[in-house]
Design a protein around this ligand. Structure first.
Ligand SMILES: Cc1cc2nc3c(=O)[nH]c(=O)nc-3n(C[C@H](O)[C@H](O)[C@H](O)COP(=O)(O)OP(=O)(O)OC[C@H]3O[C@@H](n4cnc5c(N)ncnc54)[C@H](O)[C@@H]3O)c2cc1C
Length: 451
């Protein structure tokens, strides 16, 4: 490294920050990353949320571009579909896609983050400053205030990238200078993480290659497999109301709730009461903000730009796409930071909004619609139409999870497809009675061929 190596400052060494640091170093940048928490490789810091995550095609592609997918693969557990659990303890699998490669993967947040940190550090160009919290940014002066062990210091930067998550300090600084809008939209629902441990022999206690769901209308439980044979379980429910975090506030009401709604989980979660009341309750919100950059000095990526609710399993995947778009803009416009920041925002903004909307819609699908015969028929018909018209029709879930067309296009095509499905299933009970000539006509009229 020499004095002339270009340098860039990142705030936040989470999933998006650590991958962005690696991608930048691979392009010859010297990168300083300030992270408020201790180094997760040395301290056992529970993220306090989503111990594991679903990684899908969109997140895999940037990891491949960074050349680390070979090391990510051993960390993954494939999930082929949703394993739906009813109140009687019966379960059935609803496949996510219809091709063998159409699966998503459960991965530990910490393992993936640590891999990105290590790979970034190995380049010799990235320096992580842990327990350094960014408390303020003066964008015009290109200076920030960093708090370290209760002492503040002023540090200069050339360009600053906020990968500091949903409560971003960099976003706050950008929006103090210029803001079209900045909205935090609480969902009104929160979540609690619990654990199904492995069996004494280390084996999984349920099917490992599935995302388990106990859909119950206004609330639900899900479980994702971990490599050690355990499952991370998440209960999502409203903050207020008859069945809510407010009303289920003692051991008695909790046990009665689980006995009534999720009886088959009771034998699997041995410490339900203790962990429910010991573990934090995570709140869920969508963050929509514009702009994502300020002139040639600051940019937002990942949750800092667009925090979304977790029901499509896309927050990290989307953030990884942002990181790749950013460095591709650098490749296209070397040293022209205004163009790089503007281009990144232009290509990602509508997509951030689209996945935010689709993530909220997917909550309703997961907790409610999966049990509805109309939903099931539509899903079967979507697969059938994909088989018959693969160049024009791909189920929306598959467009989001298994393809890389922009989220905004997936959303637009999804709306058209939904209207077509409604029209085709009106008054029909099964796939045999569908009018496929009408399907062909509607699809050709309304859905352009995929690029
Ligand atoms: C329950 C739940 C389940 C989820 N499941 C999935 C899923 O299955 N698939 C998926 O793709 N996504 C999922 N997500 C979303 C995913 O967790 C986020 O989109 C992802 O973590 C965003 O990464 P990030 O690096 O942008 O932000 P973060 O992960 O929030 O990282 C930000 C980092 O910045 C640091 N930081 C914050 N402020 C400062 C500061 N002022 N100074 C210095 N450092 C700072 C933080 O300590 C943190 O390390 C889920 C989220 C939740 C809550």
């Amino acid at each position: 490294m020499n004095q002339h190596t270009p340098s860039i400052t990142l705030i936040g060494a989470g999933l998006v920050g650590s991958l962005t640091a690696l991608l930048l170093a691979q392009r010859g940048f010297r990168v300083s990353v300030y992270e408020r928490r201790p180094d997760m490789r040395k301290a056992d810091i529970s993220a306090g949320r989503s111990i594991n995550l679903a990684l899908a095609n969109r997140g895999i592609f940037p990891l491949q571009q960074a050349g680390i997918m070979d090391q990510v693969e051993p960390l993954l557990t494939a999930m082929k579909g949703r394993m739906i659990h009813d109140k009687q303890g019966n379960c059935h699998l609803q496949p996510y896609g219809q091709k063998s490669e159409e699966v998503i993967f459960s991965v530990s947040r910490a393992d993936l983050n640590i891999l990105c940190l290590n790979e970034a550090e190995k380049t010799g160009l990235v320096e992580f400053h842990f327990e350094h919290k960014c408390v303020a940014v003066d964008i015009d002066k290109r200076e920030m205030q960093i708090e370290h062990h209760e002492k503040n210091s002023t540090i200069g930067f050339n360009q600053i990238v906020g990968t500091d998550g949903s409560a971003s300090a960099v976003r706050e600084a950008i929006h103090a200078k210029t803001s079209d809008y900045h909205r935090i939209e609480p969902l009104g629902h929160s979540y609690k993480e619990l654990t199904i441990p492995s069996a004494p022999n280390g084996q999984f206690q349920m099917e490992p290659n599935a995302l388990h769901i106990w859909p119950r209308g206004g609330y639900m439980v899900i479980a994702l497999p971990n490599r050690d044979g355990s499952f991370t379980v998440t209960l999502f429910m409203p903050n207020e109301g008859e069945v809510s975090f407010a009303s289920i506030n003692n051991a008695e009401s909790l046990m009665a709730f689980f006995e009534r709604e999720f009886p088959d989980t009771l034998a699997l979660i041995p410490d339900l009461t203790t962990s429910f009341f010991a573990n934090p309750t995570g709140h869920l919100a969508t963050v929509r903000a514009k702009p994502w950059h300020y002139q040639d000095s600051a940019l937002l990526l990942g949750d800092a730009a667009h925090a979304i609710v977790p029901f499509h399993g896309q927050g990290m995947n989307c953030g990884f796409e942002d990181a790749l778009e950013f460095v591709q803009q650098i490749d296209r416009n070397p040293n022209n930071w205004s163009e790089i920041f503007q281009g990144t925002e232009l290509n990602r903004f509508a997509n951030g909004n689209a996945i935010a909307d689709m993530a909220i819609e997917n909550y309703i699908e997961m907790r409610d619609s999966v049990n509805d015969p109309i939903f099931v028929l539509k899903k079967q018909l979507s697969f059938e139409l994909e088989k018959r018209f693969p160049e024009r029709f791909i189920p929306r879930y598959s467009m989001v999870m298994f393809h890389r067309l922009p989220y905004s296009e997936a959303q637009q095509r999804g709306k058209i497809q939904s209207d077509i499905l409604e029209q085709l299933i009106a008054g029909k009970k099964d796939l045999h009675s569908i009018d496929y000539a009408l399907a062909a006509q509607l699809i050709e009229q309304k859905l352009p061929v995929f690029n």
